[in-house]
Design a protein around this ligand. Structure first.
Ligand code: SF4
Length: 473
């Protein structure tokens, strides 16, 4: 028995095969073609969206947009690799009518149209909303760190520079004393003066660089700085400390589509609940919205602001436990009863804790005397007097706790909604890699393309390519 054999390479054909026959009816490229055809690229802000009447014709931004959507869908983000796909990939040939733009043209298009890519991403979300792919019942918010185009070695911090300065000064002093020692000795045997002088000059140059960096950072009020990627920050990630951006996403519960995303410089999520929830509200055009997020978003001020904006949030509280220090917990604040009318607390021993001090957003309460005579003291405090801190938005924290008690299923729901997109974005599109473009603008451009590819994939999975093409027509 032989093998299955292909056709000979020099075999002719009576009816030549056309490109369209090679692409199935329900293929991704046909969806991309239909989607880009319905976009008003000029209104979205793409450069050269109106063909110039003079000069050499440029590539149509529609073609380059199609190429990028296809590329991000298939984890091909580099402009050189996209150029290669134009030359060898039948699907891309179909999509671009066999055009082969060079990598520089492809790269420049992405670099110059960041804002337009973000507008296109928003336009696709609106399309999904119009065709009923987005429910707007519940929105889950989450953040994840994506590595920037800089290694940890490029990160400078004032504290580290100061430590380095002290070390350099100690080393310079040691080398100088070695040279003095050699001068005092008879002939300086045992010491290579030339080598010591060279090492000393290198140390002095590093010391001067160090001082210059410190002066420049202090002049700009910076605590940390990343060389070549000044927008990024050193952040804690699952792989340890990395120079990264914090990508926020708001995901709709109906089909896990990303409603809104934002690339931020914040190392944590504590200030992201309100802006993300309000942005989702605007995307959905809803006066009322329910959102959920993890404990990293716990922030009394923002809980209060969300309530004011008609947003019902479900976020676990992230507050310190009153620990004894030997594994034993002291009385929790919830045991103390707040008397709103007189702005005071009653403790388990029946004493009144009165307002003693206001420190920023914190109000501190304590009893008038000390707690030494109280039989409950050992279970209440390690000090002479128990102090109780109340946040300026304590009532918002309390309402949040009550809401969570009434909906214990909310956290499981949050996980099932929001962790799906991030898993996909990180592994499927970024291949656990880093951004390719520098600075906040570049990272935002890439994330807009990645989110759009993710949403497109979800829409095809839910509706099917044929139905999606019909809806886009
Ligand atoms: S230790 Fe002080 S605050 Fe605590 S229960 Fe006793 S009297 Fe009240």
């Amino acid at each position: 028995m032989g093998y299955i054999r292909g056709e000979g390479r020099d075999q002719g054909s009576l009816f030549p095969v056309c490109l369209d026959e090679l692409v199935p009816e329900e293929h991704l490229v046909r969806v991309i073609e239909a989607y880009v055809a319905r976009l008003d690229l000029h209104r979205l802000g793409f450069s050269k969206a109106r063909a110039s009447k003079v000069g050499r014709p440029a590539y149509d931004p529609a073609d380059l947009l199609k190429l990028y959507l296809y590329g991000y869908f298939h984890r091909i983000r580099s402009s050189r690799r996209l150029e290669a796909e134009c030359q060898r990939n039948v699907e891309v040939m179909w999509l671009l009518g066999q055009l082969v733009p060079d990598f520089k043209t492809i790269a420049d298009f992405r670099k110059d149209n960041g804002v337009a890519f973000q507008a296109t991403c928003r336009a696709f979300v609106q399309f999904c909303r119009q065709v009923g792919l987005i429910g707007g019942q519940l929105v889950a918010i989450d953040g994840s760190k994506f590595q920037a185009v800089a290694s940890r070695r490029k990160h400078l911090s004032l504290a580290r520079l100061k430590r380095q300065q002290a070390r350099l000064e100690a080393e310079i002093a040691r080398y100088l004393s070695d040279l003095d020692e050699a001068d005092r000795a008879e002939a300086g045997e045992g010491i290579d003066r030339g080598a010591v002088k060279t090492a000393l000059e290198q140390l002095q140059a590093r010391h001067a660089d160090n001082l210059t960096c410190q002066v420049l950072m202090q002049a700009q009020g910076l605590e940390q700085f990343v060389i070549g990627e000044s927008d990024a920050q050193l952040m804690r990630t699952q792989q340890g400390a990395r120079v990264a951006y914090n990508v926020q996403s708001a995901v709709d519960d109906k089909h896990c589509l990303v409603l809104h995303h934002e690339v931020t410089r914040d190392g944590n999520d504590t200030r992201q609940l309100q802006p993300m929830a309000e942005a989702s509200q605007a995307v959905l055009a809803q006066a009322q919205l329910t959102v959920t997020a993890d404990a990293g978003y716990s922030n009394g001020e923002q809980f209060h602001a969300c309530e004011e904006a008609g947003i019902t949030a479900y976020v676990p509280l992230n507050r310190g436990i009153n620990n004894h220090g030997k594994g034993m917990e002291l009385f929790d604040r919830s045991i103390f009863t707040y008397d709103a009318e007189h702005d005071r607390y009653q403790c388990p021993a029946g004493q009144w804790l009165l307002l003693k001090q206001v420190r920023g957003m914190e109000r501190i309460y304590a009893i008038s005397g000390d707690c030494c005579a109280c039989p409950l003291q050992s279970r209440c405090t390690n000090s002479k007097r128990r102090h109780l801190t109340r946040h300026a938005h304590e009532s918002a924290f309390e309402r949040m706790q009550q809401r969570l008690k009434a909906r214990p299923d909310m956290m499981a729901k949050r996980r099932s909604i929001v962790e799906h997109p991030f898993g996909n974005l990180k592994q499927w599109i970024f291949g656990n890699g880093r951004f390719l473009l520098r600075q906040l603008g570049g990272a935002s451009t890439e994330m807009a393309l990645a989110v759009q590819a993710y949403n497109l994939k979800r829409a095809i999975q839910v509706l099917g390519a044929r139905r999606l093409i019909e809806l886009m027509a």
